[in-house]
Design a protein around this ligand. Structure first.
Ligand SMILES: Nc1ncnc2c1ncn2[C@@H]1O[C@H](COP(=O)(O)OP(=O)(O)OP(=O)(O)O)[C@@H](O)[C@H]1O
Ligand SMILES: [Mg+2]
Length: 241
């Protein structure tokens, strides 16, 4: 990474859908190896933040820097090539391909810097043992939770430097939410930077190093997870808990 700067730097972005003004001056930074959570209720702009970073919906003003490079004007496929992986909301996998085929489609060698062990089929299956048992099943034979695991596993196969996770626990049973948390904590030993966008506060706070709360396209609170857990006012005002 370039001179130990942050892996991702989002500076004062303003993002619109047509005339609809969604992200109203949002800034954040994620360091290598850091799990950054962004919490917010329905419609507050979490997915729009992810779309702004990966280039599907470009900010009208502001700047996004990834691994030292200004990516604000790049196309999504160029941003992905630099080492950003997205696990979109609603777990997109290929339903008519097997688990193995889904994973092979993600396979890509990362840039070889820092000598970290690369993600390959064996390493990914060790992290998601349930998928190992399902390798020959078609995507559409998997449960919702297994599909989420598969989408996650496939993104790792691209050997990214940063992972964008859009509500990975949405619609998952408690047991699978716990499994997802365990997966994230295992990933903490790697250098991966993770942006975790969530409505599930408990899950996000247990998994992240730092948290921002989003309300109507603005960051209204930033702290450690412990500080937010103890802040009843912010939780009730902006997260409805
Ligand atoms: N393609 C679009 N065109 C117009 N408005 C949109 C579009 N996508 C989202 N919006 C609006 O932008 C705002 C932010 O939406 P966004 O999807 O970023 O919210 P979110 O925080 O991800 O919500 P959720 O938790 O439900 O996924 C909402 O008011 C939404 O209606
Ligand atoms: Mg969303």
């Amino acid at each position: 990474m370039t001179d130990n700067g942050p892996m991702l730097k989002v500076e004062d972005i303003h993002t619109y859908y047509g005339d609809s003004y969604v992200l109203q001056g949002l800034s954040l930074e994620i360091a290598e190896g850091q799990v950054m959570a962004v919490l917010g209720r329905n419609g507050m702009g979490k997915t729009t933040l992810i779309r702004s970073i990966i280039g599907f919906t470009k900010p009208r003003t502001g700047k996004v820097t990834f691994d030292g490079a200004d990516i604000t004007a790049l196309q999504p496929h160029e941003i992905v090539k630099l080492g950003v992986a997205l696990v979109p909301q609603g777990r997109r996998i290929f339903p008519s391909l097997t688990v193995m085929e889904n994973l092979l489609l993600g396979e890509k060698e990362g840039s070889d810097d820092g000598g970290e062990e690369p993600w390959d089929m064996d390493r990914v299956l060790a992290l998601f043992p349930r998928l190992k048992e399902r390798l020959r099943n078609m995507g559409n034979q998997l449960s919702g939770g297994e599909q989420q695991m598969l989408a996650f596993a496939r993104s790792l196969m691209t050997n990214p430097k940063m992972l964008l996770l859009d509500e990975p626990t949405e619609g998952l049973a408690p047991l699978l939410v716990r499994a997802m948390g365990e997966t994230l904590s295992k990933l903490k030993e790697s250098k991966l930077a993770i942006l975790l966008v969530e409505q599930n506060m408990k899950f996000a706070l247990a998994s992240c190093d730092y948290v921002h709360v989003l309300n109507r396209g603005r960051v209204v609170h930033s702290s450690t997870p412990e500080e937010l857990a103890a802040n009843e006012e912010i939780k009730s005002r902006f997260l409805g808990v």
